[in-house]
Design a protein. Sequence first.
Length: 477
Amino acid sequence: GGNENFSSISFTIDSIYPNLNITSPINLSISNDTGLDINFTRSDTNFLESCWYSNDSHTVNTTISSCNNITGVTWVVGSHNITIWVNDSAGNTNYSTILFNITDTVNPKINITFPINNTNYSDNTLDVNFTRSDVNLQSCWYSNDTYLVNTTISSCANITSVVWSEGLHNVTVWVNDSFGNENKTSVTFNVTEVTAPLVVTSAAPTAAGGRGGGGGVVATIGGGDVKIRINPTVMSVAGVINEVNDRDLEIINDDTKFKTVSIVILDDGGFLSMDLSTLSFRLDPGQKNTVKLKLIAPEVPGTYSAKIYVNGELVLIKYDVSSKELLFDAGIVVSEDLKLLNRGDNLESQVTLIPMGENPRLDVTTNYAIKNFDGRTFLSEGKTFLIEGEKTFKKNFVTGNLPPGKYIVSLELIYPNGVAVSSSHFEIKGRGFEIKIDSSNYLMVFLVLGIFILIGFIISEIRRYKKVKLHKVSRKR
C-alpha cells in the first residue's frame, strides 16, 4: 500500500474587457488636416492581443500594427466614422467609435507668371499666364481695367486671344475651390507702340543676276534719337535661379533743347521690369537720368534676352541664369576683334570648363545655341563627355544661315544636380550698305530714292522710244 498520485492545473479567470480610449481627435470635432492622426490608448490586465479599425462604410477591417496610433491615412474632405477594436488572449473584445469632419479652409494658390508687373510691352495680343493649384479646384475668372465685367476662364487655362488697347492695363485673376475658398492675384502692364530705327538697305547684286540683276531698296520705318546718349548699349548680366539683380541704365541728353524720353521693353523671357513712372520723362539739355532695371531670374536655367528702345535707340540685354548649386564654372567667350562677322564667316569662340566641387571626374553635357535678341533660336547642338579636370578648347560655329543682325551664342553645361550658363554676343554684317536715318539726313535718303525712281523712268522711256522708232521704220519699208 501507500501508493499515491495527483494532478494539478493553473488557470486565470479573465472576464474583463481591455481598456480602449480614443484621445484625438475629439468626438464631433472639425479639422482641415487631411493627414490627421487617430490617437488612442489601450491596456489589459493580462495579455493584450491585437487591435484593428474600420471607417465610414465599415466593410473592411484594417489591422493596427503593435496596436499603435492610426497614422499615414489621407482623409477625404467630409464626415468620417471611425471604430477601433481591441481584444485580449482570453477573447475579451472592446471597441470605441469617434465621429469627425474634415473641411477645406485653405485658399487655392495662384500666381501670374507673365507679364511681369509694371512692365512695358509692344505686343497688344500678349497672353496672361498664371499657375493655380488646389485639391478641390473649381473655377477661375478674370476682370480688367474698369472691373465692371468678370470673364470666366475655361479650364482655368491662361488668358489668351485678347487684343489689348494701347495704354495701361490692370488685370486681376480669381480662383476658387468647391468649398468656397477663394484667392486672387493682379498684374499691371503697359501696351505701347514700338518705333524701330529706320534702315534703308541697298542689296548687292547676285552672281545669277548678271548685268541686269541689280539690287533693290528696302525701307523699315522708325527713327532713333542721335542726341540721346545711352550707357551701356549692351548689358550682360549673370545670376542664379530665383535671384533678383539690379542694374542702372544711364540716359543723357546731348542736345541743346529738352527731350521727352520714351522707353519700351521687349522681353522674351519675362524677366525684366522697371518702375512705370520712368517709362517716360523729360530731360533738359545736358541732364542725365539713371533708370533702375530689375532682372528677376526665371526658375529654369538658361540664357534670356531683352531689348529696350530709348527714343528708338536700341539697348541689348542678355541674362545668363545658372542653378544655385554650382559645381562648375563654365565660360564661352568671343573676343572683341571677332564679334563683327560677314555673313558666312565662321564664329570662333573659346570654351572654358572649371570643376569647383570635390570630385572633378563627372559626365557632363554641353548644349550650345545661337539665337537673336528676340529669342528666336537658329542653331542648337549638344555633346556628352567625361571631364576629369579643367578644360579649355576652341569651338567654331557656321553662320551661313544667319541673316544680318545681332546674336547671342550660349553654353549650358549640364551636370548632376546643376547647370552652369554662359554666353557672348556677336553681329553679322549685311552685304550691302545701311544708312540709319534721323532728322539730319532725311533729305539725302529721299534724294537717293528719287534718283532710283528717275533712273528707272528714263530707262523705261528709252526702251519705249526705241520700240516706237523701230515700228515707224518697219512701216516705211
